[in-house]
Design a binder for this molecule. Structure first.
Ligand code: MSP
Length: 673
């Protein structure tokens, strides 16, 4: 290539890219894999779909025209065999399971724009058209296939890639198949694909998977067998009806069918190429090698990004029906509601990496982030507003430095969240939003509205503090609603804002949108704490966290004298956060007759403290009492129960024990110094 033509090409790419950006910036097309209806879906499948739903809602919120496609991958030998075993037709079999998919998505509050079934007529038409076009341009040819096939994975394998004779993906035995087949000239496109990957670092994400795929392609691409004849549950090959199209060739095409291929050219022009295909890491090869090569052979553009996320593990093992460790999302949603599950999946697992699922972790996340941080902020601020202002949001007065800080963090949060979501850093985006929630809780402690309410001189200050707290929560409701939509709605309803919570409207997250005079509607706490009772099996696995042995500290040289030994300096004492807490709930701890488990309001949250006072107090006598606790004591587990803090009691020589208490005049959270 001459120097000038190189420049021409560079310029062309630049113009094309700019043109694309301009045309595509205001729309967003996201897909999930289409799921096999070979079994009911489990929490691992719910993971991808929750991410896709949140992304779709988020981009809609940013003001884009969004298309979110999901569906079911209904053909193939595996489905045909399963139906035969049950004595029903494949269609009868898949109809029933696909209905359960749709029920699950509804229960999880997933709002897809289209659900594609590969048995849809529109899809058959699209697959046949893709096949015909590639055949006509000479990239599909007829030959004979002799080789190995994994039916559960619907994958062809060469002997050298097997793992001790078994499928390297699922570990199950492969079958020898020998049949007349059509082949797709994949090898021909390997270099073009490598160039594309190099030029578009965003095409395969995350980075580690990009490297894996590049190595795979560099290892050489064989032509791919794209038809089967030994069963008939599939899309008939248009030029030779005794063949059906290979199930992966058929399934991948769904992304084009959904966009309108082949007949709805207007829709296709609007939606293709897709912005993000979300897929699990084990099906990256299909999406980043076979699919782009099909598109190249067709002359269609490649999707902008294929993101390969990690697996949800259960006790560090992949969930699978055959291992009997699947977690049924239907039951979890029925028990806890969909938002704790959505939040856990999005927040707990670093997007792109594997993550562990356990019910215990789900309950802990819900209690800490949703009940304590988010829910308690709303409930306690609404209580204060009810008390001080009849529940009406006041107009803010003069701003102090601490208010400016809160405002700046809210502003930073909206900007950072956009940036993080653009880069598919979903768990980080949520962490950023919770930083704001945490700051607001701290702002309550620092500004102490209960103290401001007591003096006439500080009424204006109280107004400012209350306005700011409700404004942060208005912004938070808007920011969280893409991830936990029902929670966004519930916060909004209690804030009492006249207009409905908008689906679009990122602009509304700018500071100052809350109208003074808004009459709030305090309701029940949006996330009551979940009581977690470990069953025996779980208790055996993870009762008390193994305490790491601390290395012996190296003592700094001191100038201690006899008089100073045992004396504590004021700085050391100040390290202890002693606060007043109100007992909200108290109950015995199973199989521990000395322990009581208390839920105590420490001002900014409700915490659990386990204390050895069962022989001195009946649980019902403690509720409502205001006691003294050490708030910043390292949490420990006692008999499998988390204890976050320590309450203080005095014991006399005869063994009488009494909790140190104060009257109701001192609010929970007040510091003891
Ligand atoms: N039908 C194909 C996809 C065709 S897309 C053109 C398929 N279906 S599947 O039902 O087996 O899996 C669908 C998706 O669920 C995959 O992305 C897979 O990674 C994901 N998951 C299945 N188990 C999972 C976990 N335990 N954790 C996370 N994702 C999991 O493959």
């Amino acid at each position: 290539m001459s120097l000038s033509s190189q420049w021409d090409e560079a310029l062309f790419v630049l113009i094309k890219h700019k043109g694309e950006k301009m045309a595509m910036g205001d729309r967003f097309y996201v897909t999930t894999p289409i799921y096999y209806p070979s079994n009911r879906l489990h929490i691992g499948h719910a993971y991808t779909t929750t991410v896709a739903d949140s992304l779709a809602r988020w981009h809609k919120f940013l003001g884009k025209d969004v298309f979110f496609l999901t569906g079911s991958d209904e053909h193939g030998q595996k489905i045909q065999r399963t139906a035969e075993e049950k004595g029903i037709t494949p269609k009868e079999y898949v109809d029933e399971i696909v209905a359960s998919f749709k029920e699950l998505w509804q229960a999880l509050n997933v709002q897809y724009d289209d659900f594609i079934r590969t048995t849809d007529e529109r899809h058959h038409k699209a697959v046949q058209e893709v096949f015909r076009r590639i055949y006509e341009n000479g990239d599909i040819y007829k030959s004979k296939y002799e080789g190995l096939y994994c039916v559960p994975c619907e994958t062809f394998w060469v002997e050298s890639k097997l793992d001790q004779g078994n499928c390297p993906d699922c570990g199950r035995p492969v079958e020898l198949v020998e049949e007349e087949s059509y082949f797709f000239r994949m090898g021909k496109y390997a270099d073009r694909l490598l160039q594309h990957i190099e030029k578009h670092p965003e095409f395969i994400q995350p980075e580690t998977r990009r490297k894996e795929m590049v190595n795979f392609i560099k290892g050489g691409l064989d032509d791919l067998c794209v038809t089967r004849t030994t069963f008939d549950w599939g899309v008939p090959v248009p030029i030779d009806e005794k063949h059906v199209v290979y199930v992966w060739f058929d399934a991948l095409t769904n992304y084009l069918t959904g966009a309108g291929f082949p007949d709805d050219t207007k829709s296709l022009a609007k939606w293709w190429p897709a912005d993000v295909h979300l897929v699990g890491k084990e099906i990256m090869r299909f999406h980043t090698i076979i699919w782009p090569i099909i598109l190249m052979a067709l002359g269609e553009e490649l999707p902008k990004t294929v993101f390969g996320h990690g697996w949800l593990l259960f006790d560090s093992d992949k969930m699978s029906k055959s291992k009997g460790n699947v977690v049924d999302p239907h039951a979890l949603i029925a028990e806890l509601g969909e938002d704790p599950i959505r939040y856990f999946l999005l927040r707990e697992i670093s997007f792109g990496q594997d993550g562990n699922f356990s019910k215990k972790a789900l309950v802990e996340r819900t209690n800490s982030d949703l009940a304590n941080d988010l829910g308690n902020l709303l409930h306690r601020t609404l209580s204060m507003l009810g008390k001080y202002h009849g529940g009406v949001v006041p107009a803010p007065g003069a701003e102090e430095a601490i208010d400016g800080e809160l405002k700046a963090l809210a502003e930073e949060t909206r900007e950072r969240t956009v940036d993080l979501m653009d880069n598919l850093k979903i768990n980080d985006a949520l962490a950023q939003i919770w930083r704001l929630v945490g700051r607001a809780n701290k702002y309550v402690d620092e500004c102490a509205p209960w103290a401001l309410a007591k003096e006439t001189a500080t009424q204006e200050r109280l107004d400012t503090v209350m306005y700011n707290l409700f404004e942060v929560q208005r912004i938070t409701a808007l920011l969280v609603k893409s991830f936990i939509p029902r929670t966004g709605e519930r916060i909004w309803a209690q804030l009492g804002i006249d207009q409905a919570l908008p689906d679009t409207g990122f602009g509304d997250t700018a500071w100052g949108g809350l109208r003074p005079g808004t009459q709030t509607q305090k309701g029940e706490p949006i996330f009551p704490r979940i009581e977690w009772v470990e069953d025996e099996a779980e208790a055996a696995n993870d009762s008390v966290e193994p305490q790491k042995k601390q290395p012996e500290p190296v003592q700094p040289p001191t100038n201690e004298t006899e008089e100073t030994v045992g004396v504590v300096g004021i700085e050391e004492f100040a390290k202890l956060e002693l606060v007043i807490a109100q007992v909200v709930q108290a109950e015995p701890v199973k199989k521990a007759d000395k322990l009581l488990k208390l839920q105590v309001d420490v001002g900014d949250e409700v915490r659990q403290i386990v204390a050895g006072i069962a022989q001195h107090y009946a649980p019902q006598d403690l509720v409502g009492r205001r006691i003294l606790v050490v708030k910043n004591l390292k949490p420990v587990k006692l008999r499998g129960e988390l204890s976050q803090g320590m309450l203080l009691a005095a014991t006399s020589n005869d063994g009488t024990l009494e909790l140190v208490s104060v009257s109701d005049a001192i609010a929970p959270g007040s510091r003891v110094k």
